[in-house]
Design a protein around this ligand. Sequence first.
Ligand SMILES: Nc1ncnc2c1ncn2[C@@H]1O[C@H](COP(=O)(O)OP(=O)(O)OP(=O)(O)O)[C@@H](O)[C@H]1O
Ligand SMILES: [Mg+2]
Length: 138
Amino acid sequence: MTVAVVAREELPIRSEEDLVRVRRLARALAQRGGFDAFASAALMTAASEMARNTWQHGGGGLAAIEEVRDGRRAGVRMTFADRGPGIPDLERVLRGGYSTASSLGLGMSGTRRLVDEFAIDTRPGEGTTIVVTKWTRR
Ligand SMILES: Nc1ncnc2c1ncn2[C@@H]1O[C@H](COP(=O)(O)OP(=O)(O)OP(=O)(O)O)[C@@H](O)[C@H]1O
Ligand SMILES: [Mg+2]
């Protein structure tokens, strides 16, 4: 099924306030798409965790948040891109419980489980781009 982009907004990620903006936009799109409480919370958590990683580990970057449709379903697709150090130990990160910031190391592995689609392109020394999509259940 082809995915149509209904609306797209780009937000810089350079500060704590930008993280709040990303979360707010994700919530608005979840509401507009008719997400149930569980899907909405999952999307918000994904937006929060990925934006925070872009800021903290990637040195800042850009979020592109899109309202998408694939026929019957509404969805939200979020792309987070930075030109930071990349993730050399991607397998460990995706397994979970690994952090270079003395944190829990659950942001990435948790997000992957909360969304319907999760794609990551990371190159050491060049940066990281993560695309996550969450769909309504209908
Ligand atoms: N955009 C990024 N650029 C570079 N490294 C990243 C990026 N995102 C994640 N990482 C690396 O992956 C590790 C795991 O990320 P994850 O979000 O799972 O945990 P965390 O951010 O360390 O802790 P938290 O559980 O608070 O999110 C990070 O510690 C960091 O080393
Ligand atoms: Mg994190």
